[in-house]
Design a protein around this ligand. Structure first.
Ligand SMILES: Cc1cc2nc3c(=O)[nH]c(=O)nc-3n(C[C@H](O)[C@H](O)[C@H](O)COP(=O)(O)OP(=O)(O)OC[C@H]3O[C@@H](n4cnc5c(N)ncnc54)[C@H](O)[C@@H]3O)c2cc1C
Length: 316
């Protein structure tokens, strides 16, 4: 059997794509090793429209229910290979082979870890990989941001509007972020610590402090309540590369504003995708939007310029 569409990834992007594919009546499969993806790691989510505050796993459960409501089961199989065939594409999992006319790649990304003592144990207990997501939970607290690129520097500036004090610690002697953002580190609440590294995160039930490699103002220990590790993401793009999908210099899948890749019939969405010349913004709301647009792209690809659904505007 040749499906209209196979979606790889059951995070927010993949599940949103599935909901829209169901509404477009596309005969599709949804694969994902971890239903909910990164979403199940989020503590409280307070920036997804429609929910004032909801734990990440609970929000993901609602997505899963919505997918199921259309009769789609998430296949918890690991996709290990993709190939171009006459009918479209072949998807090889650890169990079987499947065929589809189109693909949506939504394999997401993972945050780089420092791999230092205390880090894993304190994730969600003061250790965070997302300043934009978790800053409001650190109102009037002491926090440290680790990293020197755009996400670390913009994260530190964002945190400064909540926290009492923000240390931004980078192992090099200058920050790599855009100069206009680096300038904004000059504000009173932010303290720059360069040519230094964090060796350990201390705390039992929650983060209590960090240990630096070199002393800072006479001490190797800093008391903080939160540690934001912003040293980049690793996109899960191996499968895409295998198929000849074009990646950008950071290994994200390049897509146009319609979420189409360079390969006809292959679309990408969510944290894995980088809309060319778009803002790099990796959130639930953007992943959901990407998934919806990718499904609309698939519909358009399969149907040509056929009549549009009543709730949408006509495709251009
Ligand atoms: C701790 C934490 C807290 C966060 N908090 C917030 C927040 O408060 N607000 C917010 O907006 N954003 C938050 N984010 C960011 C948000 O989680 C992501 O932007 C979003 O989940 C990305 O969704 P995605 O579907 O693109 O990818 P992912 O969630 O990464 O999903 C990828 C999916 O692909 C599957 N997969 C990958 N490879 C394969 C394969 N080979 N075969 C089968 N399946 C595969 C995975 O199992 C998973 O199901 C947070 C992130 C983290 C880590």
């Amino acid at each position: 059997m040749v499906y209209d569409l196979i979606i790889i990834g059951s995070g927010v992007a993949g599940m949103s794509a599935s909901v829209y594919a169901s509404q477009y009546k596309l005969n599709h499969l949804l694969f994902g090793e971890t239903p909910g993806g990164q979403g199940i790691l989020a503590g409280k989510v307070e920036n997804y429209p429609g929910y004032v505050s909801i734990p990440g796993p609970e929000l993901m459960q609602k997505f899963i229910e919505q997918v199921k409501n259309y009769g789609i089961e998430i296949k918890q199989e690991r996709v290990g290979g993709l190939a171009k065939i006459k009918a479209g594409f072949e998807v090889k999992t650890n169990k079987e082979k499947y065929q589809a006319k189109t693909l949506i790649l939504a394999m997401g990304a993972s945050h780089r870890h420092l791999n230092i003592p205390g880090e894993e144990k304190l994730i969600g207990k003061g250790v965070s990989y997302c300043s934009i997501c978790d800053a409001p939970f650190f109102k009037d607290k002491m926090v440290a941001v680790i990293g020197g690129g755009d996400s670390a520097v913009t994260g530190a500036v964002h945190l400064a509007s909540f926290a009492k004090k923000v240390f931004i610690i980078h192992r090099r002697n200058e920050y790599r972020a855009e100069p206009t953002w680096v300038e904004r580190l000059g504000q009173k609440k932010i303290e720059k610590i360069l040519t230094n590294e964090v060796k350990e995160i201390k705390g039992i039930e929650k983060v209590e402090g960090i240990v630096l490699k070199n002393p800072y103002q006479g001490s190797q220990e800093l008391k903080v309540d939160g540690v934001f590790i912003e040293i980049g993401q690793v996109p899960s793009s191996t499968l895409a590369k295998q198929l000849g999908v074009e990646l950008d210099e950071r290994n994200y899948v390049k897509v146009n504003p319609g979420m189409a890749t360079n390969i006809s019939g292959v679309f990408a969405a969510g944290d894995l995708a980088a809309v060319q010349e778009g803002i790099l913004f990796r959130q639930f709301v953007t992943a959901a939007s990407d998934g919806a647009r990718a499904a609309a792209g698939v519909y358009q690809y399969l149907q040509g310029k056929s009549p549009t659904p009543s709730w949408g505007s006509r495709f251009q």
